[in-house]
Design a protein around this ligand. Sequence first.
Ligand SMILES: [Zn+2]
Length: 133
Amino acid sequence: MNAKKIKDMRERLSGEVEKLIKSINRGRLAAEEIKLENTEDEGDRASISHDRDLLYNIHEGGFARLRSIQEAIRIIDRGHYGECTRCRTDIDEKRLDAVPWATMCIRCQEEMEMEQTSSRMVLAGQESDEISL
Ligand SMILES: [Zn+2]
């Protein structure tokens, strides 16, 4: 990947970081407002906790994305952009166009997701064992 393209990519990623921080802050304010509302009505309480869960999920997703983008910017600054952080091969340029903050090639990404899924399954299994005891 040429220097010009990497520079463009860095700008694109920095813009993305700003947008995410703004939306995370908005979500935080909205969550504060929900927390401040106090109601004795059961139905309202249920919908408030649903809203809160929803915001929390958006919030968490935003943070995960933010971390990935900041990591990608660090990699650009170290001069390794476009290189897989796991196996060191070049990440497909088409993949980088679609997911500019990708720090792993598609193969490593899939492998890692599989590992995470199986460790989650192990945890879930432990939990259900405890319940049956
Ligand atoms: Zn890789």
